[in-house]
Structures are given as C-alpha cells and as structure tokens.
Design a protein. Structure first.
Length: 278
C-alpha cells in the first residue's frame, strides 16, 4: 500500500505541476517556496478556500516538504483521527468519511489532491465542533479551552484597543457592511478562537510527532501578524514558524513570510447573500 501511495503522490505532483503551468503559474516558484519553507517546525499553507491553484500548490508543497503531521482547519479532531493512508489515497472514500457534502466547504475536488498528498502524515483536525462553537458563542471563547490552556495560548487576554477596532472593521467589510455593530466583537472573538484552536492542534501535533507540521488553512488564519502563529508562538516561544499566503490578483490582507499569487477564482458576488431576496 505504501508503494501505491508514493506512486500516487508522484503522479499527483506531476498533474499539479502541469495544472499550474496551464494556469500561468511557474512550477519553479513552487519549488522555490518549498526551499524557503523547509526547516521550520510548523509550516502554514494559506489559501482562498475556493481557489483551485492554491490547493494545487498546497499539494505539491506537502509532497516536497513531507511533514510528519498535517493540521486541517476544515475537519474536527474526531474526523481526523478516523482517517488512514488507504482512505486518503481515495478521494471518494475521504469525502464520504468526512461527510464533505454536508460540511459547507467548497467542492471536495478542490481539496482532494491536498488530502492525497498528506496520506503519509498523521492527521489532526482543528475545526471547532458545532456544539462547542455554540457554547463558546454563549460563554466566551476562553471557555472553549481549559483555563490553563486559554492562558497558555493567550486567549484569556483582550486585544489592544487599536487592534480590536481594526479587526471589527475588517469583519464588517468581510460581511459586506451588513453586520449589526453589536455582533462585531463576537465575530472577532470567534476568529480568535479558531486561531487558537489551530495553534493548539499544531502544538499537539508537534508534541506527538516531533514535526515538521503543516497547517492547511485560510489566509486569515495563516497571517503572522494576528493568525494562529501568534498563539502558537506564545505557547511555544522557541518554535520556528513559516507561513505562506496565497493572494488573488495581488490582493491579500496581513503579513506572511512568503506570498504567491494566482488569478481569482470565478465566483458569484458574496454580498448578494446579504441583500434582501438574495
């Protein structure tokens, strides 16, 4: 089975490189990215969730970096524990195992090469389960963690006023200026919870496998100025973290160790959902 998986990964890398070439992205820049990211304890591979080129790059980088563990924003710890190399080598099995069609994430075909490239690694999920998310929404995000963990990752401390205001403004923009003002602090808190959950999963993966660890997540969590790296560095000050951000048409917010660009995916206007009758 391992030989079959390694053969699949070789074929996957070739297919992804071909797709990248067709999209106008140079394969050599992905190889250069791998060289810059290698050597870190934790490598964060950002994405725009529905951009296929971003996922093709992630798959190639996983194949090149060979992490011992992969942390996923998109799945829970329970889902990750149920995955095995044989399942991950089969896209249909993986999608079925994860009940992907009911997950709310973009079509699994986008993520299939990334999961396949991670087949040899140990899998970790960082998605906050819905029931626990609802509890955190009501009781406060620090309640999601044990008190000592909340303090270790810095989730028990409020943000500086300037950063809090900036984040609330970002949330309003991200929600097409349609959010009630009183909801903005809640949205910021929940974003922090998801950052800390990703950091905690990466911390656990490092402790259990020795690393390196790769994290597959959206650009917002991958940014080094306010994403999961901030919380992980607080818990593990000596950890070496490198983060890749993937922009669309040069547009991206935040700070990263490395940036790669791609054309924007074709998608409907997300603000239509906030309009009456949308």
């Amino acid at each position: 089975m391992r030989k079959q998986i390694n053969f699949l990964k070789v074929m996957l890398s070739a297919a992804c490189l071909a797709a990248l070439s067709l999209s106008g992205v140079r394969a050599d820049e992905v190889s250069a990215a791998a060289r810059l990211l290698s050597g870190a304890d934790v490598v964060i591979l950002g994405e725009v969730h529905d951009n296929p080129v971003h996922h093709q790059r992630q798959a190639i980088l996983l194949a090149k970096l060979q992490p011992r563990a992969v942390v996923w924003e998109m799945i829970t710890a329970e889902q990750a524990a149920a995955l095995d190399p044989e399942t991950l080598a089969n896209a249909r099995l993986t999608a079925r195992q994860l009940d992907w069609q009911n997950s709310g994430w973009p079509d699994f075909s986008l993520y299939a090469p990334v999961f396949a490239a991670a087949a040899d690694a140990r899998q970790y999920g960082a998605q906050v389960p819905r029931a626990e998310a609802a509890e955190a929404w009501e009781r406060g995000v620090a309640a999601f963690f044990r008190a000592e963990d909340a303090a270790r990752f810095g989730l028990d401390q409020p943000l500086p006023e300037v950063e809090q205001a900036e984040r609330e403004a970002d949330q309003q923009t991200n929600h097409c200026n349609a959010m009630p003002v009183e909801m903005l602090p809640v949205l910021v808190d929940f974003q922090r919870l998801r950052d800390a959950a990703l950091a905690k999963a990466a911390d656990t993966a490092l402790a259990e496998t020795g690393g390196p660890v790769a994290v597959i997540t959206g650009n917002g969590h991958a940014r080094t100025d306010r994403g999961l790296a901030v919380y992980l560095a607080k818990a593990r000050p000596a950890v070496q973290i490198r983060s890749l951000g993937q922009s669309e048409g040069g547009q991206i917010s935040g700070t990263f160790d490395l940036l790669l660009d791609a054309g924007a995916a074709v998608r409907p206007d997300p603000c239509l959902a906030f309009q009456s009758g949308g």
